[in-house]
Design a protein around this ligand. Structure first.
Ligand code: NAP
Length: 251
């Protein structure tokens, strides 16, 4: 039997990077997958991903939906429930960075990061908990970052949003534990995706890698393995935790 047989997962920001790796990993282990993306540029990629997911013998469908917009999330969850019947696993993965030193960080940059990284987690979690409470089961996994734990110069908005996710995660875990709904966060280190492309350029790459005890950047699949664990019954007695997946960088 597969770990996630008969389970339905909703993954935000599934069209690229970590979210794509998570969607593929959960499908490989038997879950039906609803995933989202936001930009028109990703529509073709999302169609292609639907087919790659379906090749695992599961149902899969992508939605264009802005995770930062409350009413879009409301509509999305309604449509996913109509199409898939239930949501057992929510992976709040969609995120952006607008890095800048605080002196130069504009109000719009701050607001965008808060809206898409932090408010999105509220938007989606708020929508899924009612059906999860009825089912008396659910696993919510929020994508934080080691930057939310350690902070980083030039990333005050990103760090604040990712630290906010940790506080939210622990609170939701306490509110909903009695209903058998678990809520955990994953804190990736530096993972090779479009978001971190700039880290691989020039001398910067070497100096980042030198700080990572395991001596390499992470891959989407490293993070997806941790999400699979937190989504599955293998972690049925784990809630309110932050799992760092960072090659030892957060020590
Ligand atoms: P990425 O490659 O830039 O991909 C971002 C994904 O999020 C894309 O699918 C994008 O959709 C989607 N997205 C962006 N804004 C959205 C919105 N408003 N509504 C819905 N979807 C939206 O990023 P990544 O590196 O995979 O990061 C994924 C998550 O992991 C983020 O929360 C990030 O903060 C976190 N994280 C990443 C790292 C890292 O090193 N990469 C480290 C720690 C944490 P489109 O394709 O339509 O743009």
């Amino acid at each position: 039997m597969q770990l996630l047989e008969k389970q339905v997962a909703l993954v935000t920001g599934g069209s690229r990077g970590i979210g794509e790796a998570v969607a593929l990993k959960l499908a490989e282990h038997g879950a039906d997958i609803a995933f989202t993306y936001v930009s028109d540029n990703s529509a073709a990629k999302a169609k292609e991903l639907e087919e790659r997911l379906q090749a695992y013998g599961v149902k899969a469908r992508g939605w264009k939906s802005n995770a930062g917009a409350y009413t879009e999330c409301e509509q999305l969850v309604k449509e996913v429930l109509e199409a898939f019947g239930k949501i057992d696993i929510l992976v709040n993965n969609a995120g952006i960075s607008r890095d800048n030193l605080l002196l130069r960080l504009s109000e719009d940059q701050w607001d965008d990061v808060m809206q898409i990284n932090l408010k999105s987690v509220y938007n989606l979690t708020k929508q899924v908990i009612r059906p999860m409470m009825k089912a008396r089961s659910g696993s919510i996994i929020n994508m934080s970052s080691i930057i939310g734990i350690k902070g980083n110069a030039g990333q005050s908005s990103y760090a604040a949003s990712k630290a906010g996710i940790i506080g939210f995660t622990k609170s939701v875990a306490q509110e909903l534990g009695s209903r058998n709904i678990r809520c955990n966060a994953v804190a990736p280190g530096f993972v090779e995706t479009d978001m971190t492309q700039y880290l691989k350029e020039g001398d910067a790459a070497k100096s980042y890698i030198e700080k990572i005890p395991l001596g390499r950047f992470g891959k989407g699949e490293d993070i997806a393995d941790a999400v699979l664990f937190l989504a599955s019954p293998l972690s049925s007695y784990i809630t309110g935790q932050v799992l760092s997946v960072c090659g030892g960088l957060s020590m």
